[in-house]
Design a binder for this molecule. Structure first.
Ligand code: 6R9
Length: 680
């Protein structure tokens, strides 16, 4: 185990109590209210979830006499399953649109402020406009023969039609499979084939920053590849005229050639033209599938995570309300892409279920300038802001100056998701962005969990920078030793969950066996997250990174995240990634990739300082053996560092495996050419 040095303890002991001014009208105003609600959610789930369900429309109620949540997590006792509200019938689209328009009178309320890649492209969409648009799209899908249970692939940038097509699927009971629009043709093809999608929705083209991407071309290549494999199921391809209608307005000439196959392709606007804007929803069983979302798996083949209607609806709605302490006058902005689970749960479903007004942002943080995020916050008076540590670290590089030009006084709550946040980034987010006023909700969750599972609540939970704090309602975390013993009190090991909450995944699409093997085999009776975790003396949970990012140096377990955070606390370091490299005596040793802040030089003195810093922060056991200058790091398109690739570079292994999820393959070459031969 890591022996924390003095600084390490000090950092972890600092506690930030919730701000008083949030308490007056907070949904969960203090810690004792959190504890009481938590207790109720575990001890009286019928009552707890029954109350949440009362806020929604049900075409029929659950079968009487069944427990609200039925499950088996123990592979040794039969198939793993989770059933929530068995017998109930509802429709998620009806609940997030019709209910808001008809019952709550939110028709004229803005659902989304769409903000384009370029600052002069924008559009406000109200709840009633969205409802009509969704109904027309749903009718078009029905006309194309899409029925309940059929799969629809959606390969779109962050445009209103993305939300619209997801909801149209939900309305008619089709299962959407959104594929992030930065994925390659191969990845799209693989996902289309796995789910046997009958329709693909895409767009002509899109600007990401100043780069124009011919999305339809990529979609065509994907369909071509599906055909080559002899099993294309796609009958129709609906193409949103995004480049041509929205972003190309000021340009002299059309820069895109949009390949077209009249037998398959149809323009979105032409297909919807004149189609009725009312559409009877399909009343679905609580456990009917809602969507598939692919997440990477250790074997290289992505897993189609399946979520179902009722549990996902209630869980995303409730977490959104409590974790962001959502109120009617909030303007909420989550900067994630809807191609990832964060966007599904906290741009599409959770906010709409609450009738919220959100920013739907197509752009990137540094285009057309490095103050874009702050400009958008000022423009819409954003009060709840949710982003990723990688974005924070990127923006930190430019210092305070870009923020000073904008009024960020509307901000109330900040959130992070995606990876452990290093204390340096946490403090910058807290002090520079939140001006010390705004609590940071560090939300730990996964594609598989559907919604937040470990998270603070803004007015109730005292914060410790870097800790995702405590379980959300209905969630029972546990820490497991390698031997499968549940550890009590202060402990470090595998993060597992003892029982399901309504939003947990139900299976891997078409592969129940893989579902059971991946998540339930290691510790029968428990859902295994794959993350390492430490519980401190106050019962707070600290994610230490994926278990496969754990290192064993001379018999001591170290987490890469911990070393990375020690490194990024150095003034010259913008980002750090640490991997293990085999070592003759220690078993494994640390190989560190360092991205420096602008205009800093990579010198021997700096290397020595960094080694000293890690030694001081964590202990001599964590002293890096190798420190390499890394102008860029290999990242997935969602911003996660691909440590697998870095491990191969550290070991000088040229076989890098599947690189299709890599955002910029060029960085790999550069890193290979500059790798360290000898220990630092
Ligand atoms: C929502 C999302 C899941 C993995 C997860 C963990 C890491 C996410 C985190 C976090 C520490 C947090 N992760 N949130 N680690 N603190 N607040 O990111 O889903 O893309 O499936 O990734 O991300 O390692 O297991 P997904």
């Amino acid at each position: 185990m890591v022996v924390p040095g003095p600084d390490h303890i000090e950092e972890r002991e600092r506690v930030y109590p919730p701000p008083e001014e949030l308490k007056a009208d907070a949904h969960v105003p203090d810690f004792s209210s959190y504890l009481a609600l938590y207790k109720k959610s575990i001890e009286e789930p019928e009552e707890f979830w029954g109350n949440v369900a009362d806020e929604f429309y049900w075409d029929s109620r659950p079968t009487a006499g069944h427990p609200i949540l039925q499950y088996n997590f123990d592979v040794t006792k039969g198939n793993v399953f989770v059933k929530f509200m068995e017998g109930a019938k509802t429709n998620l689209c009806y609940n997030v649109l019709d209910r808001n328009v008809l019952e709550r009178n939110f028709g004229d309320r803005v659902a989304y402020h769409w903000e384009g890649n370029s600052a002069d492209h924008q559009q406000d969409i109200t709840y009633s406009q969205l409802l009509k648009h969704v109904c027309r799209c749903a009718n078009v899908l029905r006309l194309m023969g899409v029925k309940k249970g059929d799969r629809v692939a959606i390969y779109l940038p962050m445009v209103p039609e993305l939300v619209c097509s997801m909801l149209a699927c939900a309305r008619i009971g089709a299962v959407h499979s959104v594929v992030f629009a930065g994925f390659s043709a191969d990845s799209l093809c693989e996902r289309i084939l796995d789910a046997q999608c009958s329709v693909l929705v895409t767009a002509d083209g899109v600007y990401r920053g100043d780069k124009l991407i011919n999305l339809k071309q990529i979609a065509n290549e994907a369909l071509e590849r599906c055909r080559e494999k002899g099993s294309s199921t796609v009958q129709k391809c609906v193409v949103v005229r995004h480049y041509a209608l929205r972003t190309n307005t000021g340009e002299a000439s059309n820069k895109l050639q949009t390949p077209w196959d009249a037998a398959v392709d149809v323009w979105w606007d032409e297909a919807l033209d004149g189609v009725c804007d009312e559409c009877e929803p399909e009343w679905l069983e609580a456990e009917d599938p809602l969507f598939i979302l692919y997440t990477s798996g250790s074997t290289g083949k992505p897993k189609g995570v399946v979520h179902t209607v009722a549990g996902y609806m209630l869980y995303t709605a409730l977490t959104f309300k409590y974790v962001f302490d959502y109120h009617f006058d909030d303007v909420y902005w989550c900067t994630a892409d809807i191609g990832w689970i964060t966007g599904h749960s906290y741009i599409t479903y959770g906010p709409l279920a609450n009738g919220a007004t959100s920013v739907l942002f197509e752009g990137i943080p540094v285009y057309p300038h490095v103050g874009r995020f702050w400009e958008v916050i000022e423009k819409y008076r954003v009060s709840k802001f949710y982003t990723a540590p990688t974005a924070i670290r990127l923006l930190m590089k430019y210092g305070r100056e870009p923020l000073l030009k904008y009024d960020l006084s509307s901000l109330r709550v900040l959130g992070t998701v995606g990876e452990p946040i290093n204390p340096e980034a946490w403090h910058w987010y807290h002090e520079v962005v939140g001006q010390g006023r705004c609590p940071i909700v560090d939300t730990f969750w996964q594609t598989e969990t559907g919604g937040h599972v470990l998270t603070p609540l803004p007015a109730a939970t005292a914060l410790k920078p870097g800790s995702a704090t405590l379980p959300f309602f209905g969630v029972q975390p546990s820490i497991m030793s390698e031997l499968g013993e549940e550890l009590e009190g202060e402990a470090e090991g595998y993060l597992v969950f003892r029982s399901p909450w309504p939003g947990i995944m139900r299976t891997v699409y078409g592969n129940q066996e893989r579902f059971e093997t991946t998540y339930f085999k290691k510790f029968p009776g428990f859902y295994v997250t794959g993350d390492g975790c430490r519980r401190d003396k106050d019962g707070y949970y600290w994610i230490t990174g994926r278990i496969d990012d754990m290192l064993n140096v001379s018999g001591h377990l170290l987490s890469t995240a911990e070393v990375e955070s020690a490194l990024t606390e150095h003034d010259s370091v913008a980002e750090a990634a640490v991997v293990s490299r085999p070592h003759a005596v220690k078993g494994e040793c640390l190989y560190c990739f360092i991205t420096l802040k602008d205009s800093t030089e990579f010198t021997h003195t700096l290397k020595d300082e960094l080694k000293k810093q890690v030694r001081e922060k964590i202990g001599p056991i964590a002293t890096p053996d190798f420190i390499q200058n890394a102008p860029g790091l290999p990242k997935t398109r969602s911003g996660k560092i691909m440590r697998r690739v870095l491990r191969q570079i550290a070991r000088n292994e040229k076989d890098l495996g599947d690189l299709s999820t890599l955002a910029d393959p060029k960085v790999v070459e550069v890193l290979f050419s500059q790798r360290c031969e000898a220990a630092a």
